[in-house]
Design a protein. Structure first.
Length: 288
C-alpha cells in the first residue's frame, strides 16, 4: 500500500446553475489515464474532510473535492430552500463539465453517499463505482436527530482547543485517537471570523431543509438499487447510529457483490484514513 498523506491541490471556482460562486479542490494529475475520483462530504462538512484520502489517491489519480453551496469556501445561498439534493446534483454536474470529466468513481460520506446513489439514477453513465461511507438506504433517525440538534446549536468559541474539547465531549465516537486528531476535526468543521471568534463552517440555514428529513420516512432503496452492476464498497463505523449493522446486512443481501469494511471503536462517520479502509478503497478502485 502506498503512503497516504497531505498533498498539494489547485483551488478552483465555478458558477452554479444560478450563478452562485462554488469552490472545489482539484488534486492530482488531470492527464492521468485512471478514472478520477469525486469525493462528496457530509451535510455540514466540506472538502477539508478528504485531505488525507485525497493525498493518498492523488499519487495516481485526479481527485475532486467540492464544498457544497453554503459550506466551506463556497458562497451561501440567499434562499435556504435551495439546500436540497436536486440542487447539489445540478452543482456537481456543472463542476464535472468544468473539469472535463465524463466518468468518475464517487466516494460519498453520509449525505455524499446519498448524492452518489442519486447520481447513479440521474447520470448513470457518469458513475463507474461508488464508496458509501457510513450511509445506506435506511438511515438511523435517532442518529439523524443528534446531527440536526448539533447543527441547530449556535455556538462560538474563543480558541481551537475549546472547539476540540466541545467535540470530544459531545461526539466521543468520532474517529479521533489523539489531541491532534480532535484539533484536525475542529479545523475541518469550523472557521475563524475577522473578530477572532471561531464558528461553524456552514450556513446555519442548511438545517431548515435537513430538519424536514426527520418528518419523513427515508426510503432510499430505489436509489441504492441503482448501484446494481457497479463496484460498490460500503464503510461502516462499528458504533454508527446512522448505518446499522442490520441495514448493512440487508444491503449485502441486495447487492451480493458489494464489498464492506467496518472501523472498530468508531461512530459516524469514519475518517477514511484508517489503514483497513485505505486498503479496501485501493482494492475497490483497482477493480476498474
Amino acid at each position: 500500500m502506498t503512503n497516504a498523506g497531505p498533498a498539494s491541490y489547485r483551488e478552483r471556482e465555478f458558477s452554479g446553475q444560478d450563478g452562485l460562486r462554488l469552490y472545489f479542490r482539484d488534486y492530482g494529475d488531470p492527464g492521468t489515464s485512471k478514472t478520477p475520483v469525486l469525493c462528496l462530504s457530509g451535510v455540514s462538512r466540506n472538502s477539508k474532510d478528504f485531505s488525507f484520502l485525497a493525498g493518498h489517491l492523488a499519487q495516481s489519480r485526479r481527485v475532486i473535492c467540492p464544498d457544497y453551496r453554503g459550506r466551506g469556501r463556497s458562497a451561501y445561498d440567499s434562499d435556504w430552500r435551495h439546500y436540497i439534493p436536486q440542487t447539489y446534483i445540478d452543482d456537481i454536474r456543472h463542476m464535472l463539465i468544468v473539469c472535463g470529466m465524463h466518468r468518475v468513481q464517487v466516494i460519498g460520506t453520509s449525505l455524499g453517499g446519498i448524492l452518489a446513489m442519486i447520481m447513479a439514477v440521474a447520470m448513470p453513465g457518469m458513475v463507474e463505482g461508488v464508496v458509501l461511507n457510513d450511509i445506506g438506504p435506511e438511515v438511523g433517525m435517532d442518529g439523524l436527530g443528534v446531527i440536526v440538534d448539533y447543527m441547530k446549536t449556535d455556538a462560538s468559541f474563543d480558541d481551537w482547543d475549546a472547539v476540540a474539547d466541545y467535540l470530544r465531549q459531545n461526539f466521543p465516537d468520532l474517529p479521533a485517537r489523539s489531541a491532534g486528531d480532535w484539533l484536525d476535526i475542529a479545523h475541518n468543521t469550523h472557521r475563524e471570523t475577522e473578530d477572532g471568534k471561531i464558528i461553524r463552517d456552514w450556513d446555519p440555514a442548511i438545517v431548515r431543509q435537513f430538519e424536514n428529513a426527520l418528518t419523513d420516512d427515508l426510503n432510499l432503496w430505489p436509489q441504492f438499487m441503482a448501484l446494481s452492476g457497479l463496484p460498490v464498497l460500503t464503510v461502516r463505523g462499528a458504533k454508527s447510529a446512522i448505518l446499522s449493522e442490520k441495514t448493512l446486512g440487508l444491503m449485502a443481501q441486495a447487492l451480493p457483490a458489494m464489498a464492506q469494511v467496518t472501523v472498530d471503536d468508531c461512530g459516524h462517520p469514519p475518517s477514511l484514513s484508517e489503514p483497513n479502509v485505505l486498503e479496501a478503497i485501493d482494492a475497490h478502485l483497482a477493480q476498474a
